[in-house]
Design a protein around this ligand. Structure first.
Ligand SMILES: O=C([O-])C(=O)C[C@H](O)[C@@H](O)C(=O)[O-]
Ligand SMILES: [Mg+2]
Length: 435
């Protein structure tokens, strides 16, 4: 690069915009999704005026860390990604946030200060990569070493759900209808296939007694022969129940996801079944890998750049998985198009990613982009435009931010248990194993 064409990649400004995004009444073992869910949009602006985008969880416990980290970024070049985790380590985490309890919204195992920091850091890393890619005229996947596939396959993420949020609760309406039994789940899968072309399906379980969920997966297998299927009760079952379900569904499951909670229980299940076990709960940090992998507790790791601290850490994780012969797939929580673009870029660079990735995106009717990412035949084409290849729609972001600003603030922290209590005042998140 000549002196004339060189650009100033130092960070002049970081903008943080919390938003509330419409979310349907999707059921999980802890409760139900709120009508609106918090996300944080991160904009990293370089001295030359290039804006890079990132996105992560928007609950208060993440916002508390995002501002001090943003302040530390000022003046640093967007290329200094390896220093980000040391910077994040300087940010104090209120001990009450890292309570050692299972995370209420994310169902990502036990909460720790490190997990909170990594989730915030991930959005800054993605935003820096987006800015750098735009400055160099290169897509983010090129900055990660280049894509090894032209399109990334996603799976249809099926949820038991109500047709609408409880009466009296303000929320957006959609046309998906209820899915509360095998017929409803199959109808939802058909709609997913028609609208997006998905070939594999994951059912979020832990909602109804295991026999009902087994029947739903059986119904899916009959309706969609040969389509890879997964079931994920988020650790709601005992080892015994997990083994029974694995036996009953062994001929149709691609993998069983987090049937039981924690590495020791997962190891016991794995020892008793040929069905591969996947996780986004018992292994969500590098420190948790050794025990789980050496005990054979996990056969497929569901990576998630929000959990692991960004796109480069996701690639490091994939390399560790390769060393242990553990497969790689991708986890998703409620997210917008910025994160879907980031997921697609990194997934396109991982040679060993042989399972369709999860995504909640079809459930999100709102976005902050000028153009939604489109699924074709269940895949997203890997963007080749500079950076992430997405454009922020400031008016839309402002409208979703306005929603976050107004109201009583009750929805600024995702709480599926509290949302369920509106429909069922006696509800409390069940202790596990529930069944
Ligand atoms: O695969 C998973 O465990 C998840 O996606 C966790 C999510 O929190 C999901 O269960 C949800 O949003 O209800
Ligand atoms: Mg899961």
């Amino acid at each position: 690069m000549t002196a004339e064409t060189s650009c100033d990649l130092s960070i002049a400004e970081v903008r943080l915009t919390p938003v509330l995004v419409a979310d349907p009444p999707l059921l999980n073992t802890q409760g139900v999704h709120q009508p609106y869910t918090p996300r944080l949009i991160v904009e990293v602006v370089t001295a030359d005026g290039i804006t890079g985008l990132g996105e992560t969880y928007g609950d208060t416990k993440y916002l508390e860390l995002a501002r001090p980290l943003a302040d530390r970024l000022a003046g640093r070049p967007v290329t200094e990604l390896n220093g980000l985790s040391a910077l994040a380590g300087e940010v104090a985490v209120d001990p009450s946030r890292a309570s050692g309890r299972v995370d209420v919204g994310g169902l990502r195992g036990v909460q720790t200060a490190e997990k909170l920091r990594l989730s915030v850091l991930s959005a800054f890393e993605v935003a820096c990569l987006d800015a750098l890619g735009q400055a160099l005229g290169l897509p983010v996947h090129a900055l990660l070493g280049g894509r090894v596939r032209d399109a990334v396959e996603y799976s249809g993420y099926l949820f038991y759900r109500w047709a609408g949020h409880p009466e009296g609760v303000a929320g957006e309406k959609d046309d998906w209808g209820a899915a509360l039994d095998p017929a409803g789940v199959v109808a939802q899968a058909r709609a997913f296939k028609e609208r997006y072309g998905f070939r594999s399906f994951k059912l979020k379980g832990g909602v109804f007694p295991p026999d009902e969920e087994t029947a739903a997966v059986r119904a899916l297998a009959e309706a969609f022969p040969g389509h890879p299927l997964r079931l994920d009760p988020n650790g709601a079952w005992s080892v015994e129940t997990s083994l029974r379900v694995a036996r009953e569904l062994a001929d149709v499951l691609e993998y069983l996801e987090d049937p039981a909670l924690g590495t020791p229980a997962m190891a016991e299940v794995a020892a008793g079944t040929e069905v591969p076990l996947a996780t986004n709960m018992c292994v969500t940090t590098f420190a948790e890998i050794e025990e789980a992998f050496t005990r054979g507790a996990v056969q497929v790791l569901l990576c998630d750049h929000h959990y692991w601290g960004g796109l480069r850490a996701t690639r490091e994780l994939a390399a560790v998985c390769r060393a242990f012969g553990v497969g790689v797939s991708m986890h998703s929580n409620t997210h917008l198009g910025i994160s879907l673009a980031a997921m697609t870029h990194v997934a396109s660079t991982v040679p060993d990613l042989h399972h369709a990735c999860d995504t909640h995106y079809p459930w999100q009717s709102e976005d902050v982009l000028t153009e939604r990412l489109a699924f074709r035949d269940g895949t997203i084409a890997v963007p080749d435009a500079p950076g992430l290849g997405v454009t922020l729609d400031r008016d839309r972001m402002a409208a979703l931010h306005e929603r976050w600003l107004t109201g009583d603030g009750a929805l600024r922290d995702r709480d599926d248990e509290a949302a369920m209590r509106i429909a069922n005042p006696a509800w409390a998140t069940p202790t596990v194993p529930r069944w």
